[in-house]
Design a protein around this ligand. Sequence first.
Ligand code: SAM
Ligand code: SF4
Length: 472
Amino acid sequence: MLDEQRQGEATVIAPTSILMNGKKVYVESYGCQMNFSDSEIVASIMGEAGYETTATPEEADVVLINTCSIRDNAEQRVRNRLTQFQKEKKANPDKVIGILGCMAERLKSQLLEEEKLVDLVAGPDAYRELPELVQEVESGQKAVNVLLSREETYAEIKPVRLDSNGISAFISIMRGCDNMCSFCVVPFTRGRERSRDPKSIVEEATDLYNRGYREVTLLGQNVDSYRWNISKKGEVSDTNEETVNFAQLLEKVALVHPDLRIRFSTSHPKDMTDEVLHTMAKYENICEYIHLPVQSGNSDVLKRMNRGYTREWYFDRIDAIRRIMPDCGISTDIIAGFCGESEAEHQDTLSLMQAVRYDFAYMFYYSKRPKTLAERKYEDDVPLEEKKRRLNEIIQLQMEHSLESNKRSVGKTFKVLIEGPSKRSNEQYCGRNTQNVMCVFPKTEHGVGSYVNVKVTDCTSATLIGEIVGEA
Ligand code: SAM
Ligand code: SF4
């Protein structure tokens, strides 16, 4: 999932080391939640090495940009930013400029040697080495580590999160992806799928709760394939230790405290089990909200996308969600204009949307990504204008559905976790209900981090507007 408002945000944390080195690091992030979560790990590693984080790139000794490759425009944005930083470097030649994340592996030689835009390149599995890589640059070399690992999960590194609202945090539960959807660059930039030790996940959730956090979002590219101590084929690695699947992990985190809300992202339609849905229904603090990317409503397109399910299978999963949790919020990702998509296939996406009636969606037009199966196998043959027209139709329809969904909530009362002041006004609070819909309501004596009942009186397509009617 991608939060437009967070693109380009800086990660700032409290000093973590007793031995500060007097230097400052600036970390700027793009892309999905996983990248923002990684930036907290990066800030933590640099903090331990004595760096202070800053929100001002001009005063930083080290500038790091955590990048995204998922679509071409994400890369263009980062390039523009790097050019700006290069101008600053002219005035301050000792400044170290580095790129991290998904563009690192893809564009290392281009950015480092040809365009000379950066001094340092570190891939998503190389962050432990960052302090050494910076030292290499300081001693006059260019520093690169883009090796992908089969093991690295940064399990014991505690990301520090002082820039957040202090109420909701992300916890990475796995890294990489083994799925090979034909349009997607993630398996190439983030490597093989690996799950993190459940003990370290529960510890992190407990620690966050003790520090006042009230919501955690468990992150992975395909959370349903989370597994610990058991291989894909069902072989147990250590017979003295328990095995843990995603439903069991959810339960463990839900048991940390009833006042700690749990969310997760992303579910994969081919792997989402009824066991996960039943676990969600069993625990009140696991939010009734599922992000279930469909990508296309046509089975032939899904086949070309190598998604591993059909339109009918997807409907079966939606039916299961509605059967087990009738009020569950559902959102999705949709790609318009994938290779070879005909008008009729596009219409199938619209008709699937009509049938499911998503509460929310992230919508994109297809952009060809290097190395992917689609790039090698299919022609990117839907003209850009046509992709944009289809995308617009999808967006228009989704706006109708989001508004419809919010209108249905008017008059209802929801348990909401107060996250902080609303963006527009200091007199208003904002917070989400279990279905992940943002609610805005006038401030009362209830503090940030408390649960309140909010009665909805009005709405827009993106927000519910209401008032507190009591403690929840
Ligand atoms: N792992 C998740 C999944 O399986 O749905 C999400 C991965 S990706 C970071 C987020 C979304 O970006 C995808 O669901 C897809 O809709 C979109 N996306 C990925 N590659 C794309 C491409 N080449 N062109 C357009 N959109 C793309
Ligand atoms: Fe990409 Fe597919 Fe993996 Fe999601 S599941 S990250 S879309 S390859």
